[in-house]
Design a protein. Structure first.
Length: 129
């Protein structure tokens, strides 16, 4: 439910529609047994997964890379069940013939531990010039 909720907010964000993260959080608290902080942190974890996949993420949920690898599976399952997600951006549907395809991002190889990805995957405000 948290992954689906995140993508609903992200769809609104990408489309420029207003939404309330606090209201979405309250609705989730009523449906699942998690605190407000827990849901917020899980949303940050989902941002980290999406960043690792090279996808858009909600700017208000800065990626938090300390997450269980099962969250990657949950996000990938959601994307597989919603194949239209990748065609949501106008630029993804345009075929002018004048652009190169976007490069394929390949992340770090999987490990046998639940350790977060290397620190170099995190972008801080100091990294942006």
């Amino acid at each position: 439910m948290i992954v689906a909720d995140y993508f609903a907010m992200l769809a609104d964000d990408v489309a420029g529609r207003s939404y309330s993260k606090a209201e979405c959080n309250r609705r989730l608290q009523e449906r699942i047994d998690r605190s407000r902080k827990s849901i917020e942190f899980k949303h940050q974890n989902i941002s980290a997964v999406l960043k690792g996949l090279g996808e858009d993420w909600i700017p208000g949920y800065r990626p938090a890379f300390h997450f269980q690898t099962s969250l990657i599976d949950a996000v990938v399952r959601w994307l597989a069940q919603n194949p239209g997600w990748f065609a949501r951006r106008p630029s993804a549907r345009e075929d002018s013939g004048l652009r190169e395809t976007s490069p394929l991002w390949v992340g770090p190889p999987p490990t046998l531990s639940n350790q977060p990805p290397p620190q170099e995957l995190e972008v801080t405000s100091l990294d942006v010039v």
